[in-house]
Design a protein around this ligand. Structure first.
Ligand code: IMP
Ligand code: ZN
Length: 343
């Protein structure tokens, strides 16, 4: 089974760039920063350490280290190149990478976005087996003005690179912002034709969950969905009426302690009944990989080889790629399936 999971074609739809920095990537970024800027924070252990009293809020502290290292165009490109390379090595054939642009002393937000795009274009040549798209993120904790400013840039870049920018993400610490702060921006983006991957129900805030679910429409995707439960009829009915797919990130939820252990994970509420996709969220921070997350599905939830393939088919169905691109990905999955010995 291990070999099968490793070799099968995979699709990653929920990965944050600066959460996906492996130790080897962090080392390269430290070297780059030392070379170009003289010194670099080297506290890598912090990035990977999870305490007994870990919380979602504490998890967010870890991104500061990554953000400190990824503070120039060169660093953005290096980070993205490493992430694409690592996903590609575990047979990910389609990747939607998300990231919120930041301005620093060494780059503007435009330069951040351009660096992401340029690197994806470069990687299309160096890594032809993986198709990569970019989902720009709105960070809920940065407030309304920042969201408006960033959206203007996303709009410009999307019009310039419509094949690479395929949707928009809403992420960030849910305790530090409300959907209502950025709702207008999302309404505008909807009118402009964006589709959405929205972190929703990561924490239990009923109104917030309802507002996000009300907003979401066919073609959008829910990130996490931890607190979408049958026991809350209003939320559950809204969720089931919309048929929205859910991006599930098992290790992320367990390590941030929004779920106590894998056995308790809400995947069991949705799998085999609703469309779900298995994702890594931040494989660097959580020391995981898509292969490992799929193996957990096998070991803890008894998924079969056919069901793993079905998960990839579902992910392809709900990706933000164009129909003809989805067909290409589908052909690859079918070719693997035709050769594989299934259960
Ligand atoms: P970046 O957008 O490439 O800088 O990736 C790191 C950022 O992703 C963090 O600063 C968070 O805002 C966001 N992020 C990563 N994981 C999560 C999550 O589980 N929930 C919400 N936001 C997240
Ligand atoms: Zn996430």
């Amino acid at each position: 089974m291990d070999e099968f999971v490793k070799n099968m074609p995979k699709i990653e739809l929920h990965a944050h760039l600066n959460g996906s920095l492996s130790n080897s990537t962090l080392c390269k970024l430290i070297e780059l920063k030392k070379k170009n800027q003289g010194s670099a924070e080297e506290n890598m252990a912090f990035y990977h350490t999870f305490d007994a009293d870990e919380s979602l809020e504490k998890c967010f502290e870890k991104f500061k280290l990554a953000h400190d290292l990824v503070n120039s165009k060169e660093a953005v490109k290096l980070a993205l190149c490493c992430v694409i390379d690592e996903f590609s090595k575990e047979n990910v054939i389609y990747l939607e990478i998300r990231s919120a642009p930041r301005s620093t002393a060494f780059m503007s937000k435009e330069e951040y976005l351009q660096a992401v795009i340029d690197q994806i274009i470069l990687c299309q040549e160096s890594h032809p087996t993986i198709m990569v798209k970019y989902i720009p993120s709105i960070n809920i904790s940065y407030g309304t003005k920042e969201a408006e400013e960033n959206y203007k840039l996303f709009y410009e870049f999307r019009n310039k690179y419509p094949d690479l920018i395929c949707g928009m993400d809403l992420s960030g610490d849910p305790i530090k912002g409300k959907f209502s702060d950025v709702k207008k921006v999302f309404d505008q983006a909807r009118a402009d034709g964006f589709r959405f991957a929205i972190h929703c129900a990561e924490s239990l805030d009923e109104n917030e969950i309802l507002e996000k679910l009300e907003f979401m429409a066919s073609g959008d995707r829910i990130g996490h969905g931890t607190f979408i439960e049958e026991s809350n009829t209003e939320i559950w009915n809204l969720f089931t009426s919309k048929h929205l797919p859910i991006e599930l990130c098992l290790t992320s939820n367990v390590l941030c302690q929004s779920v106590k252990k894998y056995e308790d994970h809400h995947i069991s509420r949705f799998i085999r009944k609703y469309p779900v996709m298995i994702c890594t969220d931040d494989y660097g921070v959580f020391s995981t990989s898509l292969t490992r997350e799929l193996k957990i599905c096998v070991d803890v939830f008894g998924l079969t080889k056919s069901e793993l393939i079905d998960l990839t088919v579902t992910a392809n169905k709900y990706s933000f790629a164009r129909p003809e691109e989805r067909q290409l990905i589908s052909d690859k999955i079918e070719a693997f399936k035709a050769e594989a010995v299934l259960d």
